[in-house]
Write a protein that binds this ligand. Structure first.
Ligand SMILES: [Zn+2]
Length: 464
């Protein structure tokens, strides 16, 4: 067995790993690289493998840095089935259509600005073709995906439908098992179940996004959210939250609902200004079967836990007009809008109008990659450039890592130690999906525990 790392190698985007077993190539994820436009364009345009060579794809979850290159592969001839959970299949329909829309819009924008024709990476038809290749495999079911190679998906506890992937195959008299963590979530998230670590494996490909950093607890994050919203409401300001449309937005809606019902925040409007988040919330509603019903608040909704996402405080804006109207509204409110790293989307318009008002708060609840506007806000840079205009940041900036859907340093180590405890044959661990400093922290910690571990660079190959 050989693994080749074709993305998310010493960085957090572009997840893609090729596993070659007994002559078959299995692709784990094919995510978009994100960051500086010209750099990532080059990387995204390079096929990680000739699409004809792929026997099967396994997709860990619907986030675009894991799924966003699949339509590009479909455009260039990928016909292999893409195995994933039914909820990820459902979410991918929404996410990949949105990604294709952004690609088309970007190409038009660049054509206008640089007067040069630039093909979109892919279009809506490619995205549709890609989703048509997807096959839903429920958690825990073992399925043959190529000759003698089986997949089992376990709940990764990160976002709706997210999976850790187990591949197993025969090697002489032995069965071999490789685990790919996908993105590892954390215990105690509102709607999502806790991660299920793989067992009895020979090798692990593991994410490391938050190596070296620890989050505050989920309940601590809820307390901090209550403080931020209450303080902003008292000042008559808005709380502007850039958030991933899938996962973070629904967690926030849930928390705000809970806090309002408990009387811990004033009942101010919560505006979800993102068509993608609106659609994704509907997908959550259809997949309530995989919700964590041990959570008291979800349990409260009995037979329809999806109702938790549609309560009186929340308004979902659909049209551009409704979005503009929301921007003009005065008085305290919470606005949740994509994109999560403040790279595109309606949050830019809200910041253009709201970042210079000291009554407002910009609340950062997610990971901000290098070279993104979100990272500059976290680093308290001012002024910033928003939609081509210079804006002084006079709003409060609050960074709250407790809403992360990723395990922190301690969580990652606990996950690996659970895998080790049930895997006497574990020989190798490869770290992916982390910036160099995060990976170095994890390399050190795991090596101290006696784990054989490395962090491969882009294109590197490793064998078991
Ligand atoms: Zn993710």
């Amino acid at each position: 067995m050989e693994v080749q790392f074709q993305g998310a190698a010493r960085e957090v985007t572009g997840s893609c790993h090729l596993v070659r077993i007994n002559g078959s190539t299995i692709m784990l994820d094919a995510g978009l690289f994100q960051g500086r436009r010209d750099d990532v364009r080059r990387k995204n345009e390079k096929l990680p493998v000739p699409p004809d060579d792929v026997a099967a794809v396994v997709l860990s979850h619907a986030h675009i840095d894991h799924a966003g290159r699949l339509p590009f592969l479909a455009k260039h001839g990928l016909r292999a089935p893409i195995f994933t959970t039914p909820a990820t299949l459902d979410l991918s329909r929404v996410m990949l259509a949105d990604a294709a829309h952004i690609q088309e819009k970007d190409a038009r924008f660049l054509a206008k600005r640089r007067r040069a024709h630039q093909e979109p990476l892919y279009d809506m038809d490619d995205a549709r073709r890609c989703v048509d290749l997807m096959v839903g495999v429920p958690y825990g079911q073992r399925r043959e995906i190529a000759s003698g190679i089986h997949v089992t998906l376990l709940d990764a506890g990160h976002i709706l439908g997210s999976a850790s992937v187990i591949l197993d195959w025969r090697d002489g008299f032995e069965t071999r098992r490789l685990a790919f963590s996908g993105d590892i979530g954390r215990a105690g998230l509102a709607i999502i179940r806790d991660p299920v670590p793989p067992t009895d494996v020979d090798a692990v490909i593991m994410e490391s996004t938050y190596g070296g950093r620890d989050h505050i607890s989920v309940s601590g994050a809820r307390d901090a959210l209550a403080d931020v919203v209450t303080a902003a409401a008292a000042r008559g300001g808005k709380v502007l939250i850039p958030a991933f449309a899938v996962g973070r937005t629904q967690e926030l809606i849930y928390s705000l609902h809970e806090l309002a019902l408990q009387g811990r925040i004033p009942k101010i409007p919560v505006i979800v200004d993102s068509p993608l988040a609106t659609e994704a919330t509907a997908v959550f509603g259809r997949n309530a079967a995989v919700f964590d019903t041990s959570e008291p608040f979800v349990r409260l909704f009995g037979s329809d836990p999806s109702g938790v996402l549609h309560h009186g405080l929340v308004e979902f804006t659909e049209s551009a007009e409704a979005s503009k109207a929301a921007m003009q509204r005065r008085g305290p409110m919470v606005v949740i809008a994509a994109s999560g790293m403040v790279e595109s989307g309606r949050i830019l318009h809200h910041l253009l109008h709201g970042a210079s008002d000291p009554k407002n708060t910009i609340l950062i609840v997610g990971f901000q990659g290098e070279h993104t506007l979100g990272r500059r806000i976290v680093e308290r840079m001012s002024p910033i450039k928003v939609l081509g205009e210079t804006v002084d940041v006079r709003a409060n900036v609050v960074v709250l890592h407790g809403y992360s859907a990723h395990a922190d340093h301690g969580g990652l180590l606990a996950w690996h130690s659970a895998v080790r405890a049930t895997s006497p044959r574990l020989r190798k661990t490869w770290l992916v999906h982390g910036e160099a400093s995060a990976q170095d922290a994890m390399l050190g910690a795991l090596a101290r525990d006696g784990v054989v571990v490395s962090a491969p660079s882009l294109g590197a190959r490793a064998v078991l």
